[in-house]
Structures are given as C-alpha cells and as structure tokens.
Design a protein around this ligand. Structure first.
Ligand code: IMP
Ligand code: MG
Length: 181
C-alpha cells in the first residue's frame, strides 16, 4: 500500500490543547506543591512541544531532562520491544519526578520506562500523558494525568509524527489515507 497520499483531519484544536495544558499544570502544581525540585522528564521525541508548554505553565522549581526510547520506525505499529536510545543526564534517586509522554497507546513504552525509572528509587513518580488511547492497551499502565482520551486513530501534530513528519502542526489531527480501498 502506498502511504504517501493522506490528509489530516483536525481532532483537537490548538486552543483546546492550550486550555487543557493550563489545567493539567494546575493539577500538577497542586500535587507537587512544596517540592524543593521537580524533575520533569520528557520522552523524546513526541513530547517535546507538550513538555515545553507544560513547564511554562508550571509554577514550581523545575528541572528538565529527557529520555529517548526506540520508536515505531516509520510504521504505525508498536514494536512492543522498547529500547533506551538516550538515557537521562541526571540522577533521580530520592527526587520528585514527572514523566511526560505524548501518547499512551499499547502501553509497552510507558510500562518499560516506569519500571526502569522506579528501579532508580525516586521519592515520588507521576506521569502526565497528553493523549491516551485506552482501547489499544495491551499492558496495564496508567498515567496520573491525561490531557485527552482519543479513539483508535493514528494522530499527528503538536510534536507527534507520522514517519517524522507533521510534528510542527499546532493542533492534533488524525491521518486519513486517500488510496485505501
Ligand atoms: P506504546 O508503547 O504502544 O504505548 O506507544 C507509545 C508511543 O508510540 C508513543 O509515545 C508515540 O511515540 C507512538 N504512538 C502511539 N500512537 C501514535 C499515533 O497515533 N501517532 C504517532 N505516534 C504514536
Ligand atoms: Mg513517544
């Protein structure tokens, strides 16, 4: 099948995202109020826009770190085998940490990452995911905060890609192929 011919149907507007990010930041603020330092950990690359908007709404002493896991490659299916391509720069033992993910889909990525980070003994670990596709879950894993629950559609924009494209869209849209029959 030729996957080059597709359109993007808007699913979540830039305005809705901004409002939701602000609300999430308030909830995170209340949960971590009084922390001496919150280490916000973005999972690369899909969370880079979300994390940058989120930390700017977050009125807490924050540090930012990044972790990169293996991705889908150029396909749409989860490999289910998660590898760490880039580890954190800093220590998290005894720290408050917030893991920021773009989408929880099958759950394999988050499950693997949370197990790894938990083994380093943070004081408290919570997760904020922009999107959640609960109908796709294969591993029982939950984010503490979810921006939007979405149906089983392949989405792009606001940092999220299809074959590395469309990360720069300011909204989130669903990919629809024109040559499917
Ligand atoms: P999981 O391991 O199946 O939960 O996959 C999580 C990762 O797959 C996310 O962090 C995304 O990078 C990617 N992913 C899942 N669904 C989509 C999608 O609809 N569009 C683009 N990437 C996706
Ligand atoms: Mg990702």
């Amino acid at each position: 099948m030729d996957h080059s011919n597709y359109v993007i149907d808007q699913m979540i507007s830039a305005k809705s995202i901004a409002a939701r990010v602000e609300a999430l930041a308030h909830e995170i603020h209340d949960a971590f109020e009084g922390t001496d330092k919150l280490i916000v950990i973005g999972l690369l690359r899909g969370s880079f826009i979300f994390i940058s908007d989120l930390v700017r709404e977050l009125d807490l002493p924050v540090e930012v770190d990044f972790l990169e896991t293996s991705s889908y490659g150029d396909g749409m299916e989860s490999s289910r085998e998660v590898r760490i391509l880039k580890d954190l720069r800093g220590e998290i033992e005894g720290r408050d940490i917030l893991v920021v993910e773009d989408i929880v889909d099958t759950g394999h990525t988050l499950h693997h990452v949370l197990n790894l980070l938990q083994s380093r003994k943070p004081k408290r670990m919570e997760v904020c995911a922009l999107l959640d596709k609960p109908s796709r879950r294969e591993v029982d894993v939950k984010a503490t905060w979810v921006g939007f629950e979405i149906p089983d559609k392949f989405v792009v924009g606001y940092g999220i890609d299809y074959a590395q494209r469309n990360r720069n869209l300011d909204h989130i849209g669903a990919v629809r192929f024109l040559d499917e029959d």
